[in-house]
Design a protein around this ligand. Structure first.
Ligand code: AMP
Length: 122
């Protein structure tokens, strides 16, 4: 599938709509989620046009991937989330209900986060 240049994160990257920025470098932008699920809820995105984790992990350069991982760790550290703990998550495709077709990592922190996936009802 071709990358959709009209997605909301592409617009943020082009400066067409604002974001609550927490970090930026050559390859990475991070900003607060507009609908936070936890006291700290940051989205980390590569500046390159990658629609999903599958796309990013297979097509991005080693420098982009390393820079992205380093930046995500730094952002969590700077948010003061390391000691109490945090969760990183990336929704990929329809079964994961990925809403925005530009790869993004969620960082959740600031309260106990519970189980990652709810066990099935018995
Ligand atoms: P996902 O379901 O993993 O694709 O998550 C998309 C996330 O983007 C959701 O948590 C939304 O609240 C968030 N979001 C959508 N639009 C914006 C925006 N303009 N600024 C910040 N976060 C946004």
């Amino acid at each position: 599938m071709a990358y959709d240049q009209s997605n909301i994160f592409a617009k943020i990257l082009r400066g067409e709509i604002p974001c609550d920025k927490v970090y930026e470098d050559e390859h990475v932008l991070a900003f607060r989620d507009i609908n936070p699920q936890t006291p700290t809820h940051v989205l980390v995105i590569p500046k390159g046009a990658y629609e999903s984790f599958d796309d990013f992990s297979s097509q991005a350069s080693a420098e982009e991937i390393a820079g992205f991982v380093r930046a995500a760790g730094q952002i969590a550290r700077e948010a003061g989330a390391v000691e109490a703990g945090y969760r990183i998550l990336a929704n990929n495709g329809p079964d994961a209900l990925q809403e925005v077709p530009h790869f993004h990592l969620h960082i959740f922190a600031g309260k106990p986060l519970g189980r990652m996936i709810k066990p099935p009802e018995k």
